[in-house]
Write a protein that binds this ligand. Structure first.
Ligand SMILES: [Zn+2]
Length: 210
C-alpha cells in the first residue's frame, strides 16, 4: 500500500484535494486501459497487459506533490546566522512538472533566492518545496508564485526572488511543435521587487544580468 492509498491530501491552497473523492487504484487502472483502447491499441497484447498498473504507479511519483505540505517542509528554521545579510540563492534546480491543460511534462530549472531577515532554512528544504509544488498539475505562472509565496510566509525574509525557465512538451511535442523554446517566469517579492539594485544582483547571480 502506497502513501497514495492512505494519505489525506494536505494542501494549503485551493488545489484539487485528492481526498475529495478519490477513485480506487482499480478504477484508475481501468481509466488508463480505456485510454489505451481509445488510441486504437489492444490492452490485452503482451506488452501492454501491465501498463495500466505501471502508469498508475508512475503517477504516484509524478504527482506526489499533493502529499507534501510546503509550509510543513519550511517549518524548521534557524536563527543563528551570524548576521548574514546577503542573498541566499539556490541556482539551477531541475524539476519536472505537468501542464494542467494537457498533462504533458514541463521540464525546467528554478532559481530561488531570498534575502533573510535573521531566519534561514536548510537549502534541501527549498529544493523539496520546489518539488512539492512542481509534482502537481500546474501552470508555470502559478508554480513560480507558489514557491515564492511559501518562502515569504514561512521565513518572513526581506525579499524573495524566483525565476523558472522551462520547456513545455505540450508546445514542443504537439500543437505548434516549437522545439527549444523556453518559457521564463519570475516572481519578485519585497526588496527584489522594490529595489532595482537587488533585482539586478539576483539576475547577475543566475547569469541573466547585463
Ligand atoms: Zn499544456
Amino acid at each position: 500500500m502506497s502513501p497514495y492509498d492512505t494519505a489525506v491530501a494536505k494542501t494549503q491552497d485551493t488545489e484539487p484535494a485528492i481526498a475529495r473523492r478519490k477513485p480506487t487504484r482499480e478504477q484508475a487502472e481501468r481509466a488508463v486501459r480505456t485510454l489505451i483502447e481509445w488510441i486504437g491499441e489492444d490492452p490485452e497484447r503482451e506488452g501492454l497487459t501491465d501498463t495500466p498498473a505501471r502508469v498508475v504507479r508512475s503517477y504516484e511519483e509524478l504527482f506526489g506533490g499533493y502529499l507534501h505540505d510546503p509550509a510543513e517542509l519550511l517549518a524548521r528554521t534557524f536563527e543563528e546566522v551570524a548576521s548574514y545579510d546577503e542573498i541566499v540563492l539556490l541556482k539551477g534546480v531541475r524539476f519536472e512538472s505537468f501542464c494542467e491543460h494537457h498533462m504533458l511534462p514541463i521540464v525546467g530549472v528554478a532559481h530561488v533566492a531570498y534575502f533573510p531577515r535573521g531566519r534561514v532554512v536548510g537549502i534541501s528544504k527549498l529544493a523539496r518545496v520546489i518539488d512539492a509544488y512542481a509534482k502537481r498539475m500546474q501552470i508555470q505562472e502559478r508554480l513560480t508564485a507558489q514557491i515564492a509565496e511559501s518562502i515569504q510566509s514561512a521565513l518572513d525574509p526581506i525579499g524573495v526572488a524566483v525565476m523558472i525557465e522551462s520547456e513545455h512538451q505540450c508546445m514542443s511535442a504537439r500543437g505548434v511543435h516549437k522545439q527549444g523554446v523556453s518559457m521564463v517566469t519570475t516572481r519578485m517579492l519585497g526588496c527584489f521587487k522594490d529595489d532595482p539594485e537587488r533585482r539586478r544582483e539576483f539576475l547577475q547571480l543566475i547569469g541573466q544580468g547585463g
